[in-house]
Design a protein around this ligand. Structure first.
Ligand code: CU
Length: 168
């Protein structure tokens, strides 16, 4: 999951993305590619995929059917590489997607329009009931970001947390 560059979307969403993109065969494709000025490859406004060999610390994240993350607020120092050890203790599928609040809200809207849509990137995880896993992310941009479950209904129910990245 860490360094893979891949995209899995339904054919409908794929054709939407392809319509906004001239060369979509290679490279990282994100929903941000539909914007006028996409960021440099892999660097996102909320950081960049982390090196699993250079982890600053581990943060456990629990997901529950109460539509909450525990903890729901994480404080990070600029430059830290965090390994999120996530676990779904519920009975339904949950996700953990990191982003700006705006990017996540936009993504949640897209998922409502295309419920069959699948997506995969270094800053997101889909976690089946009882499953656990890890996400490694480097917070190399300061600011206040969010992490959320974008499954329709979950985001709206408040399944969202805050990540504050403080300079040095
Ligand atoms: Cu969820």
């Amino acid at each position: 999951m860490i360094s893979r560059r891949r995209m899995i979307v339904s054919s409908l969403a794929a054709s939407l993305l392809a319509a906004t993109r001239s060369a979509s065969a290679h490279g990282t494709v994100t929903h941000q590619d539909t914007r006028v000025s996409p960021p440099a490859p892999d660097q996102q406004a909320w950081g960049i995929a982390g090196d699993p060999g250079k982890i600053s610390r581990t943060v456990p994240i629990a997901m529950s059917d109460r539509m909450r993350f525990t903890p729901d607020r994480i404080e990070v120092r600029l430059g830290e590489t965090i390994r999120f050890d996530y676990r779904n203790s519920g009975a339904v599928l949950h996700e953990m997607v990191i982003g700006t609040r705006d990017a996540l809200a936009e993504h949640a809207e897209l998922m409502k329009k295309f419920p069959g849509m699948e997506h995969a990137d270094a800053w997101m995880a889909h976690v089946a009931p009882g499953e656990r896993g890890q996400m490694v992310w480097t917070f190399n941009r300061p600011g206040t970001f969010s992490f959320a479950c974008l499954i329709p209904g979950h985001f709206e129910a408040g399944m969202i947390g805050t990540i504050v990245v403080a300079p040095g």
